[in-house]
Design a protein around this ligand. Structure first.
Ligand code: HSE
Length: 314
């Protein structure tokens, strides 16, 4: 053990990007993917902030009190009753998750702050507590839950509680993500949604979301063909992502099992359990189809993250 007190207050955290909804599971299903933001914290006794970021969206990240990583860390520190001992921090971030694209970059930031602060005050809070705090900050659990637990998640938010069931599917799914070059705010993507939906659309989604979870848990690939489909949010959001339906059709034609808007978009995600060749065909068809609609897009081919956020002392 060394006697440098400052070294005891350092911690590294790695948090996966996430994709909410998975089509039919609007506001309740999510998954964690093998793309990560990395954070190094040095928590300080003095009231001083030194925040810097490299990688995705660097220019958009506040480096003062408004920084969401710091705000989340601070909330946990206060709740742990350590606010008098930890008043500042140095935070270094390396971001790989594209920002404002529907891949959970804000959830990753919130979870990083909470998990990092929890580790430094010797983990008084469980992952379930972290989930509750993260949902309070983010406003919905469908990205923060997979960022914390990894795998596929089903979340139910009640008034004062969030219940999350996390599981690893029996099917080895590849996630093929087309990442358009424009951002889309969740707020705007929610404004286009109706206040109420027809009963048959509710039934459409409930049946498919239930099928999706059952088929993934049991490893029954043949039941996935309809399971990602959605009638309650994607049709209204189509106008926000040029070429969305055509990119979906192209991915399916190239062999995708299912397709969805990733979270509130604009990323589109295709699911495959086939070969590497088919995955790269799907990716290139998605990118080419976007191009026909004057959208420049990159492609990511990812696996499911199985661990969620991880903290380790430095
Ligand atoms: N479930 C949310 C939505 C996800 O679709 O609006 C936002 O990340």
């Amino acid at each position: 053990m060394d006697n440098e007190t400052s070294s005891a207050k350092k911690v590294k955290v790695k948090v996966p990007g996430t994709s909410a909804n998975c089509g039919s599971g609007f506001d309740c299903l999510g998954l964690a993917a093998t793309i990560y933001n990395e954070f190094e914290f040095t928590f300080l006794e003095e009231k001083r902030l030194d925040i810097s970021a490299t990688g995705e969206g660097t220019e958009l990240i506040p480096t003062d009190e408004k920084n969401i990583v710091w705000q989340s860390a601070r909330l946990l520190i206060e709740r742990a009753g350590e606010g008098d001992k930890i008043k500042g921090a140095e935070i270094r971030m390396v971001n790989h998750v594209p920002m404002s694209r529907g891949l959970g970059s804000s959830a990753a930031a919130i979870v990083a702050g909470l998990v990092g602060a929890n580790a430094v005050v010797e983990n008084p809070f469980s992952r379930q507590d972290i989930l509750k705090f993260a949902t309070e900050i983010e406003g919905h659990p469908d990205n923060v839950a997979p960022a914390i637990f990894g795998g596929f998640t089903v979340s139910v938010a009640e008034k004062n509680q969030v219940h999350t069931f996390s599981f690893l599917p029996k099917i080895k799914l590849k996630l093929i993500v087309a990442v358009p070059d424009f951002p889309l705010s969740t707020k705007m993507a929610r404004q286009v949604l109706p206040q109420s939906i027809p009963l048959q659309d509710a039934v459409f989604n409930i049946s498919r979301a239930s099928m999706l979870v059952a088929a993934l848990i049991e490893g029954k690939e043949k039941f996935l063909s309809c399971a990602f489909d959605d009638a309650i949010h994607q049709p209204y959001r189509t106008k926000l992502v040029p070429g969305m339906q055509e990119v979906f059709a192209a991915a399916k034609k190239s062999g995708a099992l299912g397709v969805a808007l990733s979270g509130a978009g604009p990323c589109l995600i295709a699911f495959s359990a086939a070969s590497k060749k088919i995955e790269s065909d799907i990716a290139s068809e998605m990118v080419q189809t976007f191009k026909r609609f004057n959208v420049q897009a990159g492609a990511l081919i990812l696996d499911l993250d199985t661990h969620g956020a991880v903290a380790e002392p430095v």
